[in-house]
Write a protein of this length. Sequence first.
Length: 384
Amino acid sequence: MSPPAALAARFQEIYGHPPTAIARAPGRVEFIGNHTDYNGGAVLGAGIDRHVWVAVSRGQPGQFRFCSDQHQEVLSLPAGSKNRLEGSSSWLNYPLGVWLSLGHFGLAQPADFDLMVHSDLPVGAGMSSSAALELATALAFLKLAGAPSISTQQLAELGRHAENNFVGVPCGVLDQGTIAFARQNHLVQIDCSGPTFSTTPMPAGLRLWVFNSLTKHALIDGMYSARHAECQEAAKTLGVKFLATLTPADLATRSSQLAAAPARRAKHVIEEHARVHEVVAALAVGNITKVGSLLTASHRSSQHWFENSTPELDFLVDQLTLVPGVLGARLTGGGFGGAVLALANADFTDASAQIVAHAYAMKFGRSPQVIPLQIADGAQLLTS
Ligand code: GLA
């Protein structure tokens, strides 16, 4: 049975009636552009063939009901609830945040709902399961409320609004923008100062692989917010709204104005923004060797200047870049754990991936999750 058919059957079993709408959103990888998004910089991302599906119907008057394949019981909240949840129920903050953001944007909200989630996207791997849940929920809610049309850009901004204002993570638009605009075999390019969105083809013959370290720093959200605050401090001291408006040469002449940590963060962000443009230029002329080396340079900058890598991620990059067929490798997403992305050609095979996984297991005592990816289309409503 296909995932949406299985989801519809389980929805019927749990809630006693069929879903009215099912939407699907892919996870994403950050191809390059690490922590550039909330600094007004450029990023390249890609939708991946791992997804979150959300099924909804109208439910009991005065109630919001939630269920997922990872959390067996049905949870119920009073309709319109605005309280952020903690602990094992905290995943409800994503659909609740989306419901509230629909109101903030003046869009239609269902008065009550039954909701069920299915996912084959790893959680905590830096592949944006939360943004995928937000965007699939938004499309399903809009359909349920009888007003299914929304522009792709507004969908991205709605998801980010929910994340910033209800979930409480000060993220940029990379995750939601990539998931909204994703296109098969293309990279999504975002100029986050607008934001403006476009797509560019992925050269043929290349493959993305994810190596999920299966580690995640316990204080991950706090560390993300701390880096965000250091970047804001650097921008304020240097008198700019966004760090990415400065060039590496500007920073070289002015970094003595900054304290040590904000200076390191600013160096990473400003050089990373420049690297994204170098990748775009290299892609345009088909120089994939250069693309790969820029990806690895991005990781080294995260490792040494932004300090959001971990020994596990560094080890995976070190190993991967020694293996024939790997053009480049880097941490993907916020960092402090999660996954490494490798860009490879056909010389890199399942057997090569197993060699890297084995080396990792020998060092850290457990195997990484290895995921060969296809680049997939963006968030969409499946039933009409
Ligand atoms: C997380 C955030 C994004 C972005 C990346 C780092 O994925 O959600 O907005 O900041 O980290 O580039």
